[in-house]
Design a protein around this ligand. Structure first.
Ligand SMILES: NC(=O)c1ccc[n+]([C@@H]2O[C@H](COP(=O)([O-])OP(=O)(O)OC[C@H]3O[C@@H](n4cnc5c(N)ncnc54)[C@H](OP(=O)(O)O)[C@@H]3O)[C@@H](O)[C@H]2O)c1
Length: 308
């Protein structure tokens, strides 16, 4: 079968190559992949990966062979899934049943593929803030893949949402998703916030710590800036009970398999209550162009590739 593979000699260090077909374990289904999504984390790993490394956390397709232990969807079922070990940017993927759910009728593979990493991360980091009704939530990287889903889910949960973007034009459409305020740069956000979700790292995380309310929570889940963070500890300890918590979906997915959460997100989408904000759909033969667009912050939401 063919797969997208790290190739440091190629543009965006990616190439289509022949690779061996996956051999599913007893608790995994073999899925014919129809669409995959790109994530900034994959971009970052590709930049450092050795020749032959295979990305791919997000897949949507159809079950070719059901899990041999009898669990999970039958052959022929449309599905969406998360591959914590990657290997999903391929014609076939072996997906653990705990991270695979049926794709509801009417949910296209190119839409569903945008959900696993971005949707599960958004859902689970919002949960780290507890009950969000009438709570103040600040979301950095608001124009990104996770940010756009977190704005919608936070709004649905009853929070007052402030979204932070990198430049004014990136604010477009965020109010319609449920952002009560959109500001350019975290320093422009008006705290205090009960929950700050920070994807940007570096100076943005330092600002997030300054913005959190006493008893509130900063969730750090990304370092898009690829920079260290320096902050005045007084900004944190003077706010009694405030905390900084880390989140990493790939580890969390092993601890708490995400199939039920993924099914919940997929249902919200087919019911018209959540929009994964797929902003770029291309062929996997043009993966380098899509990766470049994501790296250059030109994608207003999720980038998805058809496995065609
Ligand atoms: N821990 C986890 O489990 C987990 C899960 C998913 C994602 N992540 C990480 O979380 C971050 C957001 O993910 P995503 O999929 O939403 O990414 P994305 O679609 O690329 O969006 C990232 C957003 O961050 C903003 N940003 C601020 N400073 C940036 C910088 N120096 N470089 C690039 N972007 C910057 C950009 O805002 P503007 O466009 O407004 O400039 C962009 O919209 C990434 O770092 C990703 O690796 C972590």
């Amino acid at each position: 079968m063919r797969a997208l593979v790290a190739d440091p000699a190629q543009p965006e260090r990616i190439a289509l190559r022949e690779v061996p077909e996956p051999v599913p374990g007893p608790g995994s289904a073999l899925v014919e992949v129809e669409a995959v999504a790109l994530n900034r984390g994959e971009l970052n790993r590709l930049a450092l990966a050795d020749d032959g490394w295979r990305p791919g956390w997000d897949i949507a397709g159809t079950v070719r062979t059901a899990a041999t232990d009898g669990s999970g969807p039958a052959a022929g079922t449309p599905v969406v899934g998360l591959l914590a070990d990657g290997l999903g940017w391929a014609e076939l993927a072996a997906v653990p049943i705990g991270a695979l759910c049926q794709r509801p009728a009417g949910l296209a593979a190119t839409t569903a593929a945008a959900l696993p990493v971005a949707g599960l991360t958004a859902l689970r980091i919002l949960r780290m803030g507890g009950l969000l009704l009438d709570r103040r939530v600040c979301i950095t990287g608001g124009a990104g893949g996770v940010g756009r889903l977190a704005i919608q889910l936070g709004h649905r949960a009853g929070a007052e949402v402030t979204a932070v973007v990198g430049r004014p034009e990136r604010a477009e459409g965020l109010a319609a998703l449920g952002a009560d305020r959109v500001v350019v740069g975290a320093d422009a956000a008006q705290g205090p916030f009960d929950l700050v979700l920070d994807a940007a790292g570096g100076a943005s995380l330092a600002a997030a710590i300054g913005l959190v309310a006493p008893g509130g929570t900063v969730v750090t889940y990304g370092n898009s800036a690829r920079e260290p963070t320096t902050f005045l500890v007084n900004d944190l300890y003077t706010k009694w009970g405030a905390s900084i918590r880390g989140y990493f979906l790939i580890a969390d997915a092993w601890r708490d398999p995400p199939a039920a959460d993924l099914a919940h997100l997929a249902k919200l989408v087919v019911d018209g209550r959540l929009d994964p904000q797929v902003a770029l759909v291309g062929s996997w033969r043009d993966a380098a162009a899509a990766l470049a667009a994501l790296r250059e912050r030109r994608v207003g939401g999720k980038a998805v590739l058809r496995i065609d």
